[in-house]
Design a binder for this molecule. Structure first.
Ligand SMILES: NC(=O)c1ccc[n+]([C@@H]2O[C@H](COP(=O)([O-])OP(=O)(O)OC[C@H]3O[C@@H](n4cnc5c(N)ncnc54)[C@H](OP(=O)(O)O)[C@@H]3O)[C@@H](O)[C@H]2O)c1
Length: 253
């Protein structure tokens, strides 16, 4: 499988985005690292360059979708065209609906949906013109059913996966590939404060390896760990009355 030449990654300052950037860079990919925390991005770029790789840094808040579109297009021209753009930045908001603040819902939608779709939208035109490239989004297995106490998060990932599915069909004959990555639980700062066990959790390096393999294959959907992905697929077949009882048990203390 051929490595990517030039990749743009949002949410590269920590967790999955950081690990994916490290793995891509170790294979020779020039990576453009973006997120809000500049210090972490610069440290990562230094680590990559110290190991002989190439990395550039751009501070970017994906909630500002106009800026996202400008930044993706500017960098695409500067580096000579991305062959991978990964909309990875994401936030969670796990709380019972009675405790959820509207601001939390808005933040999830503006980062996970508007930010991700703006990233993909900006990269689509240039890739279509070149007739090559991979557009990818970091969704989640939580996109497949409304997870209890994670309504905004599940809804945001369902929106992203649905967008990616349409995009895949729209660009089907163009030479551009679309990859929807759907991890289960991964040990990252996002899950570090979880107040309940995380079944079948895997580490971020392992998740990055599975993601990079799926990206290089141009796989339509990269869902892992495999066993959990199958269980989640099976759960989509449950009638609502059964699902409601199963879901309720997932969060009962
Ligand atoms: N961990 C899991 O179990 C799991 C499972 C399935 C899917 N995912 C998805 O994987 C992706 C990465 O999450 P993670 O687990 O690696 O969590 P993480 O370590 O908290 O990383 C989240 C990344 O998103 C960036 N980000 C957040 N808000 C942003 C904004 N407004 N603008 C730009 N960047 C922003 C953060 O950077 P800054 O704070 O520096 O901006 C950080 O780099 C997310 O889309 C998440 O939904 C995670």
């Amino acid at each position: 499988m051929k490595p990517f030449a030039r990749a743009f990654i949002t949410g590269a300052s920590s967790g999955l985005g950081r690990e994916i950037a490290l793995q891509l860079a170790s294979e020779g990919t020039e990576v453009v690292l973006t997120a809000r925390r500049e210090g972490l991005l610069r440290e990562l770029a230094e680590d990559i360059e110290a190991a002989g790789g190439r990395a550039r840094v751009e501070v970017l808040d994906v909630a500002d979708s106009d800026r996202v579109i400008e930044v993706v297009r500017e960098w695409d021209e500067r580096v000579g065209g991305f062959d991978l753009v990964l909309a990875n930045a994401g936030v969670g908001a796990a709380a019972h609906v009675s405790e959820l603040k509207w601001n939390d819902i808005e933040r999830v939608l503006s980062v996970n949906v508007r930010g991700a779709l703006a990233t993909l939208y900006a990269a689509t035109g240039p890739m279509l013109k070149r007739g090559t490239g991979t557009l990818a989004g970091m969704s989640s297995l939580a996109s497949m059913r409304g997870m209890p106490t994670s309504g905004a998060y599940s809804a945001s990932k369902a929106a992203l996966s649905t967008y990616l599915e349409t995009l895949r069909v729209d660009v089907r004959r163009s030479g551009v590939k679309v990859v929807d990555i759907r991890p289960g639980y991964v040990h990252t700062p996002m899950t570090a404060g979880a107040d309940r066990p995380l079944p079948f959790v895997i580490d971020a390096q392992d998740a990055a390896r599975r993601s990079v393999r799926g990206l290089k294959r141009g796989q339509a959907v990269v869902a892992y760990p495999r066993r959990v992905a199958w269980m989640t697929r099976a759960m989509t077949l449950l009638p609502s009355a059964v699902w409601d009882r199963v879901a309720e048990r997932m969060v009962r203390k």
